[in-house]
Design a protein around this ligand. Structure first.
Ligand code: S3P
Length: 429
């Protein structure tokens, strides 16, 4: 397991592009496989999580052809063309693969088993298994279906009207995928809007789905048309460079072609509210998703309070926002973020624990944390806790710490962003 070390950087400069958005990549693979023909996917996320989703479809008879590093042709077999796999479908560390596939596999006419790595198999699945059972799904798993491995016997589903207990794109998308096959209408309401890539992609594909406020509703689909998908750069990956450029004095960078879907731009709003100079340029729409170039200049940051509906819009970026907060003047309070406790690690506990090693005062709260900014982040020996976003956030901290920060167990970065260190090194010159 590899250890990564980063040290003080003198400035970050230049332009960069990033691999495709992980969430959109999963969905492009799914809808290509369910389409009735040949689809092209450009700028697919190169991480292991998207590769798990792709491999699962290959196990169900889908043919794919690589067309260069990040490009792929997928030949769909239609909504009813998937074949029963003869082995367990392995989802690795990917919560998105597991939850979305549980929704898609529940109405298939065959039997499947989904299983992931040790971390994944301890993440809550009742949140999808519960409503899917209400739709008529037959799913068995450890702890009454809360933990994978999950065994799914395909069955006939009926639409339900379901209100999510938490804002979650994984639960919502799982139920939308099940709803594509269900009798009647499937209606899903969230307490706040989570990322809406599934809904946008269906709209872009011309599949009927209605949306009003935080409710989405659909009936069974007849067909999904083949499409070319151009995946924007991942804003969750861009966030590490945004924070790095804000913190390292004298930096100016332009991150080109990044997805700026409003359900994902919480991190930009937060960093701007902290005093960061971040500008969106050349805003355009690609495949139903807003895309922009993001200009960032180093800035003095101040602590703020972060809570409410902005949390689901920035949920994956909180670890790197915590690094920004650790270097800001004053106190940053993060609340309403209990969901962080059930991510790839308990991100409230792991962020607090690792920042404390760097000499930062962090008070853990049940649903967030209170971070007191310091001018002198200390070097330290840290751990990733097997969580890619904790590893990359700490690597950013090392760029401004007084002595190097080393992070143990960094192979996990490959789950979302294998090019992370190469890109960072390019910018640091
Ligand atoms: C994702 C949704 C989010 C996010 C995850 C990817 C998706 O999870 O944390 O990294 O692609 O739908 P929740 O929807 O469970 O909050």
């Amino acid at each position: 397991m590899s250890t990564l070390t980063t040290k003080k950087a003198y400035k970050l400069e230049g332009e960069l592009t990033l691999p495709g958005d992980k969430s959109i990549s999963h969905r492009a693979i799914i809808f290509s496989a369910l389409s009735s023909g040949k689809c092209e996917i450009h700028n697919l996320c190169s991480g292991e999580d998207a590769a798990r989703t792709l491999e699962i479809f290959r196990q169900m008879g889908i043919k794919t052809e690589a067309g260069g590093l990040h490009n792929l042709t997928v030949t769909g077999r239609g909504l009813h063309g998937l074949q029963e796999p003869s082995t367990v479908l392995y989802t690795g560390n990917s919560g998105t693969t597991t939850r979305l596939m549980t929704g898609l596999l529940s109405p298939q006419r065959f039997f499947t088993v989904l299983s992931g790595d040790a971390s994944l198999n301890h993440r809550p699945m009742k949140r999808v298994v519960g409503p899917l059972r209400q739709m008529g799904a037959c799913i068995h798993g450890r702890r009454e279906g809360d933990y994978a491995p999950l065994a799914i016997t395909g069955s006939h589903l009926k639409g339900i009207d379901y209100t999510l207990p938490v804002a979650s794109a994984q639960i919502k998308s799982c139920l939308i995928l099940a709803g594509l096959y269900a009798d009647g209408v499937t209606r899903i309401t969230e307490p706040a809007l989570s990322r809406d890539h599934t809904e946008r992609m269906l709209e872009h594909l011309g599949v009927p789905i209605t949306r009003e406020s935080t409710t989405a509703a659909l009936a069974a689909a007849a067909e999904i048309r083949p499409e070319r998908y151009d995946i924007p750069g991942d804003i969750s990956s861009a966030a590490f460079f945004m924070v790095a450029a804000l913190l390292v004095p004298g930096s100016e960078i332009l991150i080109k072609g990044i997805g700026v879907n409003p359900t994902r731009t919480g991190v930009i709003d937060i960093l701007q509210a902290m005093g960061g100079t971040i500008e969106l340029q050349n805003i355009r729409t690609v495949c139903g998703e807003p895309v922009a170039d993001i200009f960032v200049r180093s800035s003095r940051l101040k602590g703020i309070t972060i809570n409410g509906p902005i949390i689901p819009r920035a949920i994956d970026e909180i670890p790197v926002v915590a690094i920004a907060a650790a270097c800001a003047e004053g106190t940053t309070i993060i609340n309403d973020a209990k969901e962080l406790r059930v991510k790839e690690s308990d991100r409230i506990a792991t962020t607090a624990c690792e920042l404390q090693k760097c000499g930062v005062t962090v008070q853990e709260q049940p649903d967030g944390m209170i971070i007191t900014g310091t001018e002198h982040l200390a070097g330290a020996s840290c751990k990733s806790h097997g969580d890619h976003r904790i590893a990359m956030a700490l690597a950013v901290a090392g760029l401004v710490a007084q002595s190097p920060i080393s992070i143990e167990d960094c192979d996990c970065i490959n789950t979302s962003f294998p090019e992370f260190m190469t890109k960072l090194t390019e910018l640091a010159g």
